[in-house]
Design a binder for this molecule. Structure first.
Ligand SMILES: [Mg+2]
Length: 244
């Protein structure tokens, strides 16, 4: 249907529908609560595109960690890893799993909160020496299950070995305090000249050269997981930092 309106333009059925929609939209906007009014207050303020504000981002990360979402994500990945290991470990020679340490086996949320997600190596080493990191529970459960099924556990970590005496090293003591069962070996990176993924891949290669089959490799960074020498690769959530 077409009709002529005041200024001589023809109004079609389509424009009538559009007018009705515009009216409805205006009504909805008028009824919106204060959230809309707040952003409406910013109308007329000149600005340029900018990335997400750091303070707002930190609040959303804290909310995510505080909510059940982070814990749920960790449990979901650990459960998937366990199902995969269960389907494979009786079929391979010398089954093994590889675990990263930070935000995979041990949680450093207390350190992250203490320094507002900032990092420097002096503060980090002091934190490691506190031996206060708590277990990531789904990973601890997986490690305990693996140990009870005679699956070898290897840790490969970005951390450095601090104490010459391995059994007194704060990372080793912290893992024991957190309840981790007997493991075969820990590989510390100890070097800034090799990339994380190259270091971790070469450690896995060495493990497999000893006859082990790494059924699952579990970490919170993609750099823990890229590369060969693992049948299954499992990435835990980590909203706090990124290691290339
Ligand atoms: Mg990590």
């Amino acid at each position: 249907m077409t009709r002529v309106i005041g200024n001589g333009r023809k109004e079609t059925r389509g424009t009538q529908i559009l007018s009705s929609l515009t009216l409805m939209l205006l009504l909805v906007i008028a009824l919106l609560p204060s959230a809309y009014c707040q952003s409406n207050d910013r109308a007329g303020i000149y600005s340029t595109p900018e990335p997400q504000n750091l303070g707002i981002l930190q609040d959303s990360i804290r909310s995510y960690i505080k909510s059940a979402s982070y814990e749920r994500g960790l449990a979901e990945v650990a459960d998937s890893a366990k199902s995969f290991i269960e389907s494979r470990y009786t079929k391979v020679k010398k089954p093994a799993i590889v675990l990263d340490i930070d935000e995979t086996s041990l949680s450093n949320i207390e350190f992250e909160y203490r320094y507002g997600f900032g990092f420097n190596s002096k503060l980090w080493n002091a934190w490691v020496k506190e031996e206060a990191a708590t277990a990531i529970k789904p990973t601890l459960g997986l490690a305990q299950w693996a140990a009870s099924h005679h699956i070898a556990i290897f840790f490969i970590t970005e951390r450095s070995q601090i104490s010459r005496n391995l059994v007194a090293d704060p990372t080793v003591v912290n893992l024991e305090k957190a309840g981790y069962p007997d493991w075969k070996r820990i590989y510390f990176k100890n070097s800034r000249t090799i990339s994380t993924s190259a270091f971790k891949t070469s450690a896995r290669k060495e493990i497999e050269s000893e006859g082990y089959t790494i059924v699952a490799n579990i970490g919170d960074q993609y750099s823990d997981l890229v590369g060969d020498f693992a049948e299954g690769k499992f990435k835990l959530p980590d909203p706090m930092y990124y290691i290339p």
